[in-house]
Design a protein around this ligand. Sequence first.
Ligand code: HEC
Length: 164
Amino acid sequence: MARFDRGRALGRMRWGLLLAALAFCAVSGGGYWWWQQQARLVEGEALFRGEAALAGALAGQAQSLPSMATRCSNCHETHQPQPLADKASSPVSASTYASPLSATWLQQARLRHGGPETRYDARSLCQLLRTGVDPAMIMVSTVMPRYQATDAQCAALWTYLTSR
Ligand code: HEC
């Protein structure tokens, strides 16, 4: 008859508990990461469309402009989900005024205007937003406002733009 080995049973139970705890951590950690990604995505889109506040000014100026003037979608959107009230100033074509921002556009190395290669990551996007200097250390057009974006706002915009 098999003898009940108490020590062994307890040992197995400990392993079982440890594995269950690890599985719980993995699942809740993954869930937390996913939830954070979703929150960044939503915030990034709101910043892009000027629905969330993002302080921006003309290059070299201290005075912040209203979000109506600084929202990214004014210049970087291919379609206007909410058409401008003033039909005369609505874009007549579907093409963007400035670069059509997407994961491919930002993350693939490209020769911009025949200059050195550019490829963005979260940090260089933030640098561009704050200073206008791109990853190849070239200043983009001063038509684009400069933003006092926080690290969190940069991260949200990066998450949103690379989801497109
Ligand atoms: C008033 C118009 C305008 C607004 C608003 C604007 N941009 Fe731009 N953006 C430009 C122009 C013009 C360029 C330069 C395009 C070029 O050199 O081909 C540019 C360039 C860029 C580039 C570099 C693209 C490339 O091809 O290398 C990124 C990234 C970018 N903008 C992101 C943003 C984000 C994010 C926002 C909002 C927080 C924003 N822009 C708001 C006009 C604008």
